[in-house]
Write a protein that binds this ligand. Structure first.
Ligand SMILES: O=P(O)(O)OC[C@H]1O[C@H](O)[C@H](O)[C@@H](O)[C@@H]1O
Length: 540
């Protein structure tokens, strides 16, 4: 058995003796080349970390000891690696070449995957062309995806990311059970030209069902009950529930229990994406992910982008003890990437027991958060540069934008991205701060007083992901890179990344507390009763 505790202890030891990052570039002029790798149109630069050839070697040995390759092959081979739900984990099948079989329980899933993708694309294209009409004969101008979690975040993130490729109906997303979300969305829509996609793997999620019923009532009120069938379609694994809602099998698009919710945007859950950007772009998106899958499956560990990104994550979390990481896309259209990654990474690797149910004895997934640059620079970067915690940063930036008339602004964007990783690493000493103040004409006394506030400790690590342009294939490769990075970290932590029992307790209590909130029931735990009573007292 792998003695992970000993391996993590050794990693901590190595991290305790880690060198300062900036001088590593002085000692080795080839550091960028040695500590960056390219695949599937992406370049991963991890040279601005404290990793050395030696500590990287140690991390690669850790990956081997934890059998990352064996686990990876088990996933691609359709084995039941989600052991608490007894399921395979096969989002990779959704973008696999149709002629390469992947078997679950001895049966090739590729024919059904290919067929369902064909149905999704055909339906989306007929909505886009105007062939699918509303009940009154008008074409569809607006599509509203009703879903939450994995049935929302992926499509939201991807449709925003691919805005330059939109040539279909406008897409909207309603997720929150707060009725404000639906109300604000419907305000500008015409029921006669609106199509709702009810997206839910289980078709039992309370928020989604409440929003779907409210949307259904909105359509029925405006157009009559008979119109509902023309204004709804569904994406789910639960045909019976979909039929009970009143959506026919021809308007239901399926997927399978071996697709986790947070890994599902490649499946029929991507219907809203196809509506927005069309079949060819969606297939290019799948193609980008497929290229990353091929790379992850076949490249040696030392050249393997998801493996290296996972190892950098483990180095920072378990070696250096950093509690969080920031995702900082210098790409406005990736505005929802951090939220998407929060679900992908934190719902997958926010676990405290090993696959066998024993308490883990090492930290698992970190807190993930972020915002696009340059906006974040004018908000929270202060803490990244001068706060008391070191928070490794992950920058993403493209060589080109989609606005050729504004290449000058794109150049500013890129310069800011490069400046931030350099500033985090380089820092500024007290003497440098003092000299700068003197050069600005401040008195010696003033310079002495202010200099400590202008010190940047530096030596703060980052990785940078570079790409040519955020096109569909590139987005696919980026998302697949992050998915496999989660996989690598989970393999090293020996946890099951594919269940999410931690979301259950709150849901159970919400159901139990509803009568308390509506005033039908008075007894409740003392800790909650006071809040419920105070809220009721505040009601107008
Ligand atoms: O797609 P659904 O079945 O409606 O599930 C939507 C979401 O809800 C759950 O609470 C899970 O935490 C998520 O992993 C899931 O994506």
């Amino acid at each position: 058995m792998t003695d992970r505790q000993a391996l993590f202890a050794a990693l901590k030891q190595a991290a305790a003796a880690k060198p300062a990052i900036a001088p590593l570039f002085e000692q080795d002029s080839g550091r960028f080349a040695s500590f960056s790798r390219r695949a599937a149109g992406l370049t991963l630069d991890f040279s601005k970390t404290a990793l050395t050839t030696r500590s990287l070697g140690q991390l690669l040995a850790l990956a081997r000891a934890c059998d990352v390759e064996g686990r990876r092959d088990a996933m691609f081979g359709g084995e039941t690696i989600n052991n608490t739900e007894s399921r395979s984990v096969l989002h990779v099948a959704l973008r696999n070449a149709p002629d390469r079989p992947i078997a679950v329980d001895g049966r090739d899933v590729m024919p059904e995957v290919t067929k369902e993708l064909g149905r999704v694309c055909a339906f989306a294209e007929s909505v886009r062309s105007g062939a699918v009409k509303g009940s009154g004969g008008a074409g569809i101008t607006d599509v509203v995806n009703i879903g939450i979690g994995g049935s929302d975040l992926g499509p939201v993130m991807a449709t925003l990311a691919l805005a330059p490729y939109h040539d279909g109906p406008r897409t909207h997303f309603v997720s929150n059970v707060d009725p404000a979300h639906l109300a604000d969305t419907l305000k500008s829509l015409d029921p006669a030209t609106t199509l709702f996609i009810v997206a839910s793997k289980t078709f039992t999620t309370a928020e989604t069902m409440a929003n779907a019923q409210a949307a259904r009532a909105w359509v029925a009120k405006a157009l009559g009950e008979a119109a509902v069938k023309d204004h709804f379609c569904a994406v789910s694994t639960a045909l019976k529930h979909v039929e009970a809602f009143g959506i026919g099998a021809d308007r239901m698009f399926g997927f399978w229990d071996w697709v986790g919710g947070r890994y599902s945007l490649w499946s029929s859950i991507g219907l809203s994406i196809v509506m927005a950007v069309g079949e060819a772009n969606f297939r290019a998106f799948l193609g980008g992910a497929r290229a990353m899958d091929e790379h992850f499956r076949t490249a040696p560990l030392a050249d393997n982008l998801p493996v290296l990104m996972g190892l950098v994550g483990v180095w920072h979390r378990n070696g250096c003890g950093y509690p969080a990481r920031a995702v900082l896309p210098y790409e406005q259209r990736l505005v929802r990437l951090p939220a998407y990654l929060q679900q992908l990474e934190m719902e997958s690797n926010g676990k405290s027991v090993t696959r066998d149910g024993a308490p883990v004895r090492w930290p698992t997934g970190p807190l993930v958060w972020g915002e696009p640059g340059t906006n974040g620079q004018h908000a929270f970067y202060q803490l990244l540069h001068q706060g008391t915690d070191v928070i490794p940063a992950e920058f993403l930036v493209g060589a080109e934008g989609h606005e050729p008339d504004h290449a000058d602004m794109h150049a500013m964007l890129v310069a800011n991205c490069l400046a931030q990783s350099e500033a985090l690493m380089r820092g500024r000493t007290r003497d440098q701060a003092r000299d700068q103040l003197l050069a600005m004409g401040r008195s010696e006394a003033d310079a002495d007083r202010v200099a400590p506030h202008r010190v940047f400790p530096g030596d703060r690590p980052s990785v940078t992901i570079l790409y040519r342009k955020l096109d569909p294939a590139t987005l696919g490769a980026i998302i697949a890179l992050y998915e496999h990075r989660v996989f690598v970290e989970a393999a090293i932590y020996d946890i099951n990344a594919y269940d999410q029992w931690g979301v259950e307790l709150g849901k159970e209590l919400a159901t139990a507390f509803l009568p308390l909130v509506t005033g039908e029931k008075a007894d409740a735990p003392a800790s909650t009763k006071g809040l419920a009573e105070a809220l009721r007292a505040l009601q107008g």
